[in-house]
Design a protein around this ligand. Structure first.
Ligand code: TRP
Length: 462
């Protein structure tokens, strides 16, 4: 058997902050505003919040339970709990999802690093909306620069995993998250003073129900999975580190509140600025990168705010890439140390080799993403999309919901049938809570995911 994870986080708050640090990332600040902007603002927000309540909470609980009971990472958890290897496909799916997400996530992290350097050298001062849009165009037009900037965070992330400094990350999250929140509140304050900011607020908070279409629902569900990092086993690892008496329900709610708060704050910063400066809310993936420098431009201490914010954004992205890469590394590491054979010991070299292998795969995928996105290799397409957009969609709207569906069926139906109930015990649940949780997990979550899937394949004709 592989070594059981017995080390716990130094405090319960530390675990919440570390889990939230993994969840809060580019998904909240880069992806949420651009997806919301493309999908009707207020209409998207309502559906998103519903998805968080319907899928987010029960699935977060489920992943934590799996980890807490099995004390394993996503690799060994399913077979340890079920006693057979029939559910191993969920581990494989987790690893593949992590790889697919990393290939575009590192590209966007690269943009953040690039913008951080440019904020340092004050490149944006005096640029208007058109100039900022052109500037982003110039950044993504140079494949070499993009590749170099994306490989920097790959190396950084790999070094953290190589030297195994998870404790350091826990400490980092403790300082980073509150600082990021404070900075965002300041930015929101200054944006709301702009003339015309109310147009953006109305766009973001007023729901036009006619804009809620099936594709908005699919996008909102995908964004919810992506932002909370559910459906790919990343949170199982955190569950494995939970002390026995940790209240899982409270922890999940805290992580969700923090994550959603950051996303909404990002919307409150971006949308008023979009309208005040004359951008379009449906700019796509570049939205945040063209709008934010304009926001700093009108803040006092513009240079300092810009530098600090992009620094925080880079760190927030890195805390996410660390836990993403950890999923793939742990998988390869544990798969190669054959945990099911009796006398196999975790070989220290295996971890280092796994880090190298995963980094190499990620580097190749990053290069492919950039070459496809910038149109250098126009033949490199998936389902007719460039690789960047295809991977972005594929992970959020297909792979993570599929993983979530698998886990809901595993904990909702299969484990109780086997006599195992990972949700019972000291998890902060009263009896009524357990009943509601099981009902939602068994019926609501799987049925909703399947319906949304079928609909997006055009099989329901809604
Ligand atoms: N939730 C992260 C974000 O919002 C992205 C992410 C998705 C992630 N899956 C993950 C992070 C798994 C860590 C682990 O940016």
């Amino acid at each position: 058997m592989a070594e059981h994870k017995t080390t716990s986080f130094s405090s319960k708050a530390g675990l919440v902050l570390a889990a939230a640090g993994g969840a809060v990332g580019l998904g909240n600040i880069w992806k949420f505003p651009y997806i919301a902007g493309e999908n009707g603002g207020g209409a998207f927000l309502i559906v998103y919040l519903l998805c968080v309540a319907l899928f987010g909470l029960p699935l977060l609980l489920t992943e934590f339970f799996i980890g807490k009971r099995s004390r394993r990472s996503a690799f060994g958890a399913f077979s340890a709990l079920s006693g057979n290897r029939r559910w191993q496909w969920l581990s494989w799916l987790s690893m593949l999802t992590a790889l697919v997400i990393m290939s575009f996530y590192f590209v966007v992290t690269g943009w953040c690093f690039c913008y951080f350097c440019e904020a340092l050298t004050n490149v944006f001062s005096g640029m208007d909306a058109a100039a900022l849009t052109n500037h982003f165009g110039a950044v993504v037009a140079s494949p070499l620069r993009q590749i170099l900037f994306s490989l920097l965070p790959v190396v950084l992330t790999a070094s953290v995993l190589w030297f195994d400094v998870n404790k350091g990350i826990e400490r980092l999250s403790k300082i980073l998250l509150p600082l990021l929140l404070l900075m965002m509140v300041l930015m929101a304050g200054s944006v709301l003073m702009l003339d015309g900011s109310n147009v953006g607020m109305r766009f973001f908070f007023q729901t036009d129900f006619s804009k809620i279409t099936p594709s908005v629902i699919l996008e909102a569900m995908g964004q919810c999975f992506f932002s909370l990092s559910i459906g790919m086993g990343a949170l199982i690892t955190y569950g494995a580190y939970m002390p026995k008496n940790q209240n899982v329900a409270a922890t999940s709610i805290q992580v969700i509140v923090l994550d959603t708060l950051v996303a909404i704050l990002a919307g409150i910063i971006i949308f008023p600025a979009v309208f005040a400066f004359g951008f379009s809310p449906a700019e796509g993936p570049q939205l945040v990168f063209v709008v934010l420098p304009a926001v700093f431009g009108q803040m006092s201490f513009a240079w300092f705010c810009g530098v600090l914010f992009f620094a925080l954004l880079c760190i927030a992205a890195i805390t996410s890439t660390i836990s993403l890469m950890e999923v793939a590394v742990a998988f390869i590491c544990e798969a190669s140390s054959r945990p099911w054979s009796k006398n196999a010991k975790a070989h220290p070299l295996n971890r280092h080799r796994s880090v190298l292998l995963v980094s190499a795969i990620v580097c190749v995928m990053v290069v492919m993403c950039v070459m496809s996105y910038t149109g250098q290799w126009p033949w490199l397409k998936l389902f007719g999309y460039d690789l960047f957009s295809a991977f972005d969609q594929l992970s959020s709207c297909v792979m993570m919901p599929l993983g979530a569906l698998g886990m809901a069926l595993f904990v909702g139906w299969y484990l109780p049938y086997k006599g195992e109930k990972p949700y019972s015990g000291e998890n902060g649940f009263r009896r009524a809570g357990t009943k509601v949780y099981m009902l939602v997990l068994r019926w609501l979550v799987p049925i909703a995911i399947v319906l949304i899937f079928l609909n997006s394949l055009g099989l329901l004709g809604v």
